[in-house]
Ligand binder design. Structure first.
Ligand SMILES: Cc1cc2nc3c(=O)[nH]c(=O)nc-3n(C[C@H](O)[C@H](O)[C@H](O)COP(=O)(O)OP(=O)(O)OC[C@H]3O[C@@H](n4cnc5c(N)ncnc54)[C@H](O)[C@@H]3O)c2cc1C
Length: 74
């Protein structure tokens, strides 16, 4: 995909990042409470594309796994 952000275009500056963020939220969603997704692409805190984003997502998923063990989906 070829993509460019025009710093004077209000849609590029404010709408595009929100759309991308909603994709990341969807990517990070667990399936059936027992299939989990980590990785920089799932970061919604602004660190996507970095090792920090990957590490943070790993911590998020670790907590999700603990939660799933404690409160399994029936
Ligand atoms: C050249 C380069 C320089 C970079 N420099 C920096 C930097 O200076 N600082 C920084 O913070 N970030 C940097 N990054 C980005 C950083 O490397 C990534 O954001 C980070 O590694 C993402 O981690 P991840 O665990 O999400 O994904 P990855 O590290 O890509 O791990 C995904 C793993 O899944 C494996 N995989 C993929 N598909 C399958 C499959 N079907 N089955 C099984 N395994 C599969 C892959 O082989 C890979 O090992 C750089 C990236 C590149 C390419």
């Amino acid at each position: 995909m070829l993509c460019s952000i025009n710093s004077t275009d209000i849609i590029s500056l404010f709408v595009f990042p929100e759309i991308i963020k909603s994709y990341r939220v969807a990517l990070a969603e667990a399936i059936n409470g027992n299939l989990f997704f980590a990785g920089e692409a799932t970061d919604v805190l602004g660190d996507w594309g970095t090792v920090n984003g990957a590490l943070n997502s790993g911590e998020r998923v670790a907590l999700e796994v603990i939660e799933a063990i404690v409160n399994p989906v029936t």
